[in-house]
Each structure stands twice: as C-alpha cells, then as structure tokens.
Design a binder for this molecule. Structure first.
Ligand code: AMP
Length: 282
C-alpha cells in the first residue's frame, strides 16, 4: 500500500490504472477507522481492481466551536488496518494541498443541505459536498463508497454527483453496529462509560419506530412521539432532532409511504451522534 500526499500524483496514478483497463474505487474518510470504515474498504476491494482510501479531516465541514481540533486521529493504525483490507493507496493530503490560501469555491447542494443535521450545523454539508467534489476530481475513480450511517450525506452526495455530472457510481453499505446496536462512529470514543451505556437509546428509539411500523402505524407524529419518549428516559441525552421524511428530497412526511428515512441526532455528553433506519413501504 502506498501513501500519497500530492493530488497531482494521485490523479496520475488513478488515470494510469484506468488506462490499463482497471476499475478504481474511492472510499472517502476522515480516518480513525472502525469496522464501518473497514466494511466500506472490503466492499470496494471486492468490486474494484484498485482502491484508494482518502483520509482527510476536512476543516470546512466543521462549524465554529465543533470538534475539529479534538477529532480523533491515529494515522499509523489507520494505515495498518487499510493495508490489511487490501487497500492500494491512502490519499492523505495536508490541509494546504486541498485548500491553498487563495481557495474561493464552494459546492452547495441547496435545500437538502439545510434541513436535519444541516439546520444544526450551518455550512457542514457545503463543506462535505465541496471536499467530495474535489476528491472525485483528484481520484477519478469509476466507483465511490459511502455508509448509510450518514444518510443525509449520502442523499446529498448522490444529488451532487448527478447534478454536476460526475461520472462516478455511488455505492452504499448498511450501518455497521456494535453488539448492542450502537452505530459505530469515530466519535463514540468521546463517550464515558455511562454515556456509552445510555447512547443505545438512539438505536432503541429506531427499533421502537420499526415495531410501530410493523404493527401498521403510518402516522409520523405518533412514531416520532414514541421515539421521543424512548430518548427522554435518559438524562444524558440531549435530543437535537427526529425526522421522518422521504429518502430523496428529505421532505418531512405526515403519513409514511414509499421509501422512508427515519433519522435521529442527539448529543450524548459532548459526542454528537446520529443514527437512522430506512423502511420501504407500499
Ligand atoms: P467518516 O470517517 O466518519 O467521515 O466516515 C467515512 C465513511 O464511513 C462515510 O461514508 C460514513 O458514512 C461511513 N461510516 C461511518 N460509520 C459507519 C458505520 N457505522 N456503518 C457504515 N458506514 C459508516
């Protein structure tokens, strides 16, 4: 596995691989790998001839006062884990390589970037869309891999890729969870033992929603209220939002139908956690 820091070199490598008729896959990450990241790499390695994992803690997707400085990092360990999965290249640019002093451009996906997490993290998804657009240019892979854990991000990236005509196929993997159901996240490392125990309420609220839907409930208000009740039982959870919406335009639903995204975001101590389920209904 080779570590590449230069975007020119990275692009040359991928163009060269493609000229040889090989299929390239890109897995964008911010590092501090857990099993969710490793599943993405596994899928990419099984479907592509050459796999590039980008590892860049993107400053433009963190708002003022967020955890950019504290974001967990362990580059050596990440490289070992990626290599074990069969990854061919780690693209790990310095900040100035991605954003030189005279950088002026933003890629903004309107409307769907401003709801849900976007309402609480202004500018976050513009930071995400901008860096992913850059990555699609620097690593011109035919396939890119993202996790369903970041459901809104996935919707936004699909839209951005379509609207901007990026010739890349967007692939997704299901949420990888701890044994008790907590969605794996680099930010789980912020949780103390009490918070870790209580954080499971996010998943439990989604399980409750699933049970209600299975029993025939279609009223979003009823489902949301039941979910709120589950998280309200925990004193260390500070709920940000629960949204029940369609999975393309992220428009809130009153009655559940079609492909429905049920998403939750909450602070557990100082960790901001997100989780979701997607259900397909008639
Ligand atoms: P991050 O390093 O947090 O930016 O995540 C990099 C990629 O891994 C994104 O596409 C995430 O959606 C995905 N990812 C993170 N956590 C999980 C998880 N628990 N299950 C599946 N994918 C995940």
């Amino acid at each position: 596995m080779e570590i590449v820091k230069s975007k020119t070199k990275m692009r040359e490598i991928v163009e060269d691989e493609k000229r040889k008729g090989r299929v390239a896959g890109l897995v964008p990450t911010m590092g501090y790998f857990h099993k969710g990241h490793l599943e993405l790499m596994k899928k990419a390695c099984s479907e592509c001839d050459v796999v590039v994992v980008s590892l860049f803690v993107n400053p433009t997707q963190f708002s003022e006062g967020e955890d950019l400085k504290a974001y967990p990092r362990d580059f050596e360990r990440d490289c070992r884990l990626a290599e074990r999965e069969g990854v061919d290249y780690i693209f790990a640019p310095e900040k100035d390589e991605m954003y030189p002093d005279d950088f002026l451009t933003e890629v903004k996906v309107k409307e769907i970037s401003e709801v849900m997490c976007g309402a609480y993290r202004p500018g976050h998804f513009t930071g995400v869309a901008t860096v992913v657009a850059k990555l699609f240019n620097i690593v011109p892979a035919q396939r890119a891999y993202f996790g369903r854990k970041d459901a809104q991000q996935l919707v936004i990236i699909r839209k951005m890729a379509r609207d901007m005509d990026f010739p890349v196929e967007i692939n997704a993997i299901d949420i990888v969870r701890e044994n008790d159901g907590l969605a794996m996240s680099s930010r789980n490392s912020y949780l103390n033992p009490t918070e870790r125990r209580e954080s499971i309420a996010l998943f439990h609220s989604l399980v409750e929603a699933g049970k209600l839907i299975d029993s025939g409930e279609r009223d979003a208000g009823v489902i949301k209220a039941a979910m709120e009740e589950v998280v309200a039982r925990s004193p260390v959870i500070n709920l940000e939002y629960i949204t029940i919406c369609d999975n393309i335009y992220l428009k809130p639903l009153d009655e559940l139908s079609g492909q429905v995204l049920i998403a939750i975001a909450a602070y557990v101590g100082k960790a901001r956690l997100i989780d979701n389920i997607v259900v397909d209904l008639e």
